[in-house]
Write a protein that binds this ligand. Sequence first.
Ligand code: SAH
Length: 393
Amino acid sequence: MKHHPWIFSGAISRTEPRFTTGDWADVYTSDGRFIAHGWYDEKSHIILHLLSWDEEETMSGQSVQELAVESIRRRMEMIDSDGTNALRLIHGEADFLPGVAVDIYAGIARIVISSRFADHFLHDIVKAVQEEADPEMIEAVVDRSYASSENLREYRRIFINGEETDKEDGTGNHLFLEDSLLYSLERGNMQKSGFYCDQRENRKIAESYAEGRDVLDLFSYTGGFTLHVLRGGCRSVKAVDSSESALKTLQSQVQLNIDNGNIPADSSARLSAVAADCFEYIRSIGENEYDMMILDPPKLAKTKSALDNALKAYKDLNRVAMMKIGNGGIIFTFSCSGAVSREDFRMMLGWAAKDAGVEIQILETLSAGPDHPIRLSFPESEYLKGYVLRVLK
Ligand code: SAH
């Protein structure tokens, strides 16, 4: 059963009656058989988002709210208030809600909108989040990287008790837990201080490799991997990111976890943080300086057309890492581009290894955690791909 949820405008031969953005539309084969109920958006290259393949169903905002409720219920059981209270409640198309991502960080929920569908049904989604997860605050933001392609105005809206308010949500830090480590979000500045919970399981794995190693955490952001390798007993860790504010948060989170006894007291002595462009920085390091590296770049291919250039950038980064790391060193390498398939990514690693003149063993195959499910009928939902590599020289 193939249920891919996107229909591009070129795939439609006839439209009747005339639809406008925001209409529900039924989709039929050329010989008149029902396929699915879709949501029509003439301004998007995805002219129809398909939501239900059940002809009997009547679609409305209520159906959207129900899909959101079902998704959140699937997630709530994964929350463990002593260990992890931050996770993804709704993962877009993989949870049958196009362009809707919802994360919860302890009592604060954040809705990230990357389709006009999500914008249109925002109130139904807010209602579901409030009723099911009961957060003290919900923040809704438009994903900047989709704003122009989806014709969306950027905004940030706040909801308290499910009601929209223009009252700022206060100042100070909001704390949450992932794998028994503390993280903080700066209230009022959350847009800049979000958190990637998709790497949760991979951070745990990184911790298990860290003992005694000198680690280079490239694209460290606020230090999810850094905190784990510190707890795992690395000899040293250097965190590198182009964002000074992310590194500032990283350093304060390391201190916070030392103060709470979550990581050893000598952690700040083992840590250094550098603000730099990682593609350049990695060229500047010495050979054998590190025996563990984490390469977690941002999404380099936003679309299929950007794929070739993105693969070149991934290859370059991985090739230099393979050349610089010590013999037997461990590389955690990732791509979070939906447009890069696992086959592309693995092929790219093969070319990087060839050019670096090294042999590679894949020790583990990595993906996002179970709160970011991969929907089989929507291969793009396998956006986070990674490997643990051993480099042999
Ligand atoms: N590993 C992180 C998430 C990385 S997100 C974690 O576990 O939380 C990607 C990061 O790459 C962002 O922090 C962004 O600031 C940074 N970034 C983007 N381009 C960069 C570049 N050219 N050099 C260094 N950092 C970059």
